[in-house]
Design a protein around this ligand. Structure first.
Ligand SMILES: Cc1ncc(COP(=O)(O)O)c(C=O)c1O
Length: 419
């Protein structure tokens, strides 16, 4: 496995960064982030496109500010994310909130200019009470979903996300009661969705739009697949987007309504733009018929996806002293937790899948790729009292910039009180 081939880190850079910032550490490539943003902004559309970055994927303010400079808007998943984006300098009118939880401070948020997608009938009712005779979006569960794993499928009867499509009469009733105009239909059906299912849902969403005469925006969420491993396939945005742009153009011909289109990618924008840089801190085995383990100084505290989804991430050992020997390892995290495994069987977090890689020796570095999305923002941070790892941006000129310091033990315990 040749690290020189990975787009994020060369061997030399990996040692330089480990020396300067320590391990474990997240390393993002600004060049790769810019490249992905540009691709997303070229998403086919008939009457205009807004690309909202699903900031839950990686929430560091420097990433938000970079995407903001490039013209992306924000998809926030909680009132806290809204505030975090505003603190990062994002114009509130560029933020849209689609949240599982009804925020206590909804009134303040909406008054600041943030757009709202009601994600349940209760949320729509609460919005109507606060802002009668105004405009709002609704998130619909179209009855069909698709995800890279069952857990990341958020459409269909097994998902609580959005308002079930059969409840459109109740949406209309609530809208009428408060004089609300439904101006945006939002559907996000899962992460790592099958492109064909996504296109089918686009058609279904237009049928929903047809039932609301004031709708002028269709937001199809995110979920575009990204190949982290060489045997996975990325979704081609041009390919899936073009037929949907045609559908929207047809809809305009039939109805005279030119819908603005929105997408909310998270994974697509950041997944392959970062790696976790770690160090091999032990190597052991369980005898004949057992396994060989590489133990790292990272794990579910920085990268949880393998443990909960059986997600696959590319893993490369960067040897201090090069040798050609390849070995098959289970790569294990540093937590005192049996689920802290970085090489589970695909989509089966309980299964083990030994992976061939360069022979590991204590002190070698290890690069876990595809770690830009749902890693630094979604981990068991502070489990076993490990401090949150630093985040480093690799700049286009090869220099590095620290964009989050390593947490200290004092910061972990700072909110504890004496009783
Ligand atoms: C409403 C909404 N939009 C966008 C996204 C981003 O999805 P992805 O990172 O798969 O593109 C999500 C992910 O959960 C979501 O719930």
């Amino acid at each position: 496995m040749n690290i020189e081939k990975t787009p994020i880190l060369t061997k030399g850079k990996a040692f330089e960064i480990a020396e300067k910032f320590g391990t474990p550490c997240y390393v993002y490539s600004q060049e790769a982030l810019v490249q992905q943003a540009k691709k997303a902004l070229e998403f086919p559309n008939a009457f205009g496109i807004t690309v909202r970055y699903a900031m839950k994927a990686a929430s560091n303010k420097n990433i938000l500010a970079l995407f903001d400079r490039l013209g992306l808007h924000i998809d926030a998943s909680s009132a806290f994310e809204v505030k975090r984006a505003i603190m990062a300098g994002i114009d509130p009118t560029h933020i849209s909130l689609s949240s599982q939880q009804l925020p206590d401070n909804l009134e303040e948020i909406i008054k600041s200019g943030v757009k709202y997608n009601a994600c349940s009938l209760r949320q729509l009712e609460a919005f109507g009470r606060l802002f009668p005779n105004s405009e709002v979006g609704v998130r619909i569960n179209p009855g069909l979903g698709s995800g890279g794993t069952n857990r990341t499928n958020v459409g269909g009867p097994a998902s609580s996300f959005g308002i079930w499509f059969e409840y459109i009469p109740q949406i209309k009733q609530t809208a009428q009661k408060y004089g609300l105009k439904i101006i945006r239909i939002h559907t996000h059906i899962g992460s790592g969705s099958d492109p064909l299912v996504w296109q089918k849902v686009a058609k279904m969403s237009l049928d929903t739009v047809a039932q609301f005469e004031d709708v002028r925006i269709l937001n199809m969420g995110g979920g575009y697949k990204v190949a982290r491993m060489s045997d996975e396939k990325s979704t081609d945005l041009q390919k899936i987007g073009a037929p949907v742009a045609d559908l929207i153009a047809d809809f305009a011909k039939k109805t005279g309504r030119k819908l603005a289109f929105e997408i909310e990618p998270g994974t697509f924008l950041v997944a392959n733009c970062a790696a976790v840089l770690a160090r091999v801190q032990d190597v052991c085995d369980t005898g004949d018929g057992g396994y060989e383990f590489v133990k790292l100084d990272t794990g579910m505290t920085e990268i949880l996806r393998p443990s909960i989804y059986g997600a696959q991430h590319p893993i490369s050992i960067i040897q201090k002293t090069p040798c050609d020997e390849v070995k098959s390892y289970i790569v294990s995290g540093h937590c005192c937790e049996s689920g802290d495994i970085l090489t589970p069987a695909p989509s089966d977090p309980e299964g083990l899948s030994p992976r061939p890689m360069a022979k590991a020796t204590i002190g070698d570095l290890c690069v876990i790729g595809g770690a830009g999305a749902y890693c630094s923002s979604m981990s068991t941070v502070n489990y076993n009292s490990y401090p949150a790892a630093p985040e480093v941006m690799l700049m286009p000129d090869g220099s590095t910039a620290l964009m989050r310091r390593r947490q200290t033990l004092e910061q972990i315990v700072q909110n504890e009180t004496d009783i």
